[in-house]
Ligand binder design. Structure first.
Ligand code: AMP
Ligand code: ZN
Length: 470
């Protein structure tokens, strides 16, 4: 099936093809480990997870590289404020980040290169840029990238070069689009950096944020690869600066497909640390929500659309996933004979629709619609007693496939059964035995006992039964 993605660089949806057939190299700008990531950040990592899972669903072998920014303006500022050495300060948040990825069932990247462990590669890359005339050392001893020397600067973010302030330099990692200027590759040591510095041919200092990604991506993916991702706020200046550095150094096209996800919003504003309007995963887990429910909310909207986060969406996720759990439990219990032909066409249609939707620039709404349709059809058939064991097995197999992308369906989980108290289970077994012995008075009495404990028994053909919470 032809896969199409929206390429930010081209501003359109285009067919995807990888440099090496069957393999995809993908670079993802990872977290700045100066705090717990918030669920807005996780929307971006979730989009990248769904992208990667989709490529794998279609048979690609994906090598995903996600960097950890463990030295930059923010990590230095906050570690110093906390009076903790940079390494110890960031270690705590690196570990928390990995725990959160696991809770959200985000598949691990192949490598998580940390910036502090790749300083020699960054120095080497800056050296190449100096040799080629793209870098220069300013009076402040820092090394800057001269954007005048790189005419292609600004293509990704559609920068109006006429607004460029000639000869202006910028040393901070982040800056606004209207202050386009030469940006720092290497920042000369400054008092506020404390003990954070490395030796370089240009004196003591530390790397700029942007050079980290250029150096680490080429270390693990080579100097041309398939997909580079991030949130839309990464487009400028971060990705623009990455492109300038990487392409100026190699002299060739760096990334084939740029993909960016829109923001997670809270009450109409971008969720962000600086605005203070954010929830961490931990905040929500403390309120009783599961990683699985949060995942469902975060994947639910198309990645190029803003998604407004609400507690109500979490409640809906709980309900929807609960209904899927019941649905899978029901399917597992179907025992009727048959060859599955009663549902085969619906299963095939749902599989086709799901795949076509995901291949169409990750059209998650259509993919979910295919999942809900098959759920409805299967339930209707089961209600009418027309679903066979083989039919149910084919439906379950389809959801197992969907879950390779969705990642939170629990198709084979026995959790629902586990949640039934032992006392209720024992009463239900006793009731089933009474029914087999045709002692219906006893069976009715036991049904009453079970109801008192908050459960209903539903009988199925062949003496099987199901317990449902009232
Ligand atoms: P940072 O740790 O600030 O560098 O951000 C890490 C990732 O999260 C980047 O890819 C950002 O684009 C992304 N990001 C930050 N805030 C949001 C948000 N509210 N919604 C979606 N992605 C975000
Ligand atoms: Zn980056």
């Amino acid at each position: 099936m032809e896969i199409k993605f929206y390429n930010t660089m081209e501003r359109q949806v285009t067919p995807f093809s990888s440099i090496v057939p069957g393999k995809v190299g993908m670079y993802t700008c990872g977290p700045t480990v100066y705090n717990f990531a918030h669920i807005g950040n996780f929307r971006a990592y979730m989009f990248e997870d769904v992208l990667r899972r989709t490529l794998e669903f279609f048979g690609y072998q994906v090598k995903q590289v996600m960097n950890l920014t463990d030295v930059d303006d923010k990590t230095i500022r906050d570690s110093r404020a906390a009076g903790v050495p940079l390494r110890d300060f960031t270690a705590k948040y690196k570990q928390a980040f990995f725990e959160d990825l696991k809770a959200l069932n985000i598949q691990p990247a192949a490598v998580y290169p940390a910036a502090t462990e790749h300083i020699p590669q960054m120095i080497k890359l800056i050296g190449v840029l100096m040799d080629k005339g793209f870098g220069y050392q300013a009076e402040d001893k820092s090394i800057y990238f001269s954007i005048d020397k790189f005419p292609a600067y600004g293509r990704l973010a559609r920068i109006d070069r006429d607004n460029q302030r000639a000869g202006v330099r910028i040393c901070t990692d982040e800056y606004a689009k209207d202050s386009v200027a030469d940006f720092a590759l290497w920042k000369a040591w400054d008092e506020k950096d404390g003990d954070v510095w490395w030796e370089s041919p240009w004196g003591r200092g530390r790397p700029g944020w942007h050079i980290e990604c250029s150096a680490m991506s080429s270390e693990y993916l080579g100097d041309a690869f398939d997909i580079h991702t991030g949130g839309v706020d990464n487009m400028f200046p971060h990705h623009e600066d990455e492109i300038a550095q990487s392409e100026a150094a190699s002299g060739k096209k760096w990334v084939n497909c740029w993909m960016h996800c829109e923001h997670l919003m809270l009450n109409g504003e971008k969720m962000s640390k600086s605005l203070g309007n954010f929830y961490t995963l931990r905040d929500l887990v403390a309120k009783g929500w599961s990683g699985r429910e949060i995942r469902w909310v975060l994947i639910g909207a198309h990645y190029r659309k803003k998604l407004n986060f609400t507690m109500d969406a979490l409640a809906q996720a709980r309900e929807t996933l609960g209904r899927f759990d019941e649905f899978f439990a029901r399917l597992r219990e179907v025992t009727a004979a048959g060859d599955g032909s009663e549902i085969a066409d619906d299963v095939a249609a749902a599989r086709d629709e799901f795949a076509a939707a995901m291949a169409d620039d990750l059209n998650i709404s259509e993919a979910l619609a295919a999942m809900f349709d098959l759920q409805r059809t299967s339930n209707r058939l089961a209600d009418a007693g027309g679903l066979s064991h083989d039919g149910a097995a084919a439906v379950l197999a389809a959801y197992r496939e969907f879950d390779r992308v969705i990642g939170c369906l629990d198709v084979d989980s026995e959790k629902k059964k586990d949640e039934i108290p032992a006392e209720v289970a024992a009463l239900a077994e006793a009731r089933s035995a009474a029914r087999k012995a045709k002692d219906f008075a006893e069976s009715d009495r036991l049904r009453g006992e079970i109801a008192k404990l908050g459960f209903a028994v539903e009988d199925a053909p062949g003496g099987a039964f199901r317990l449902k919470k009232l």
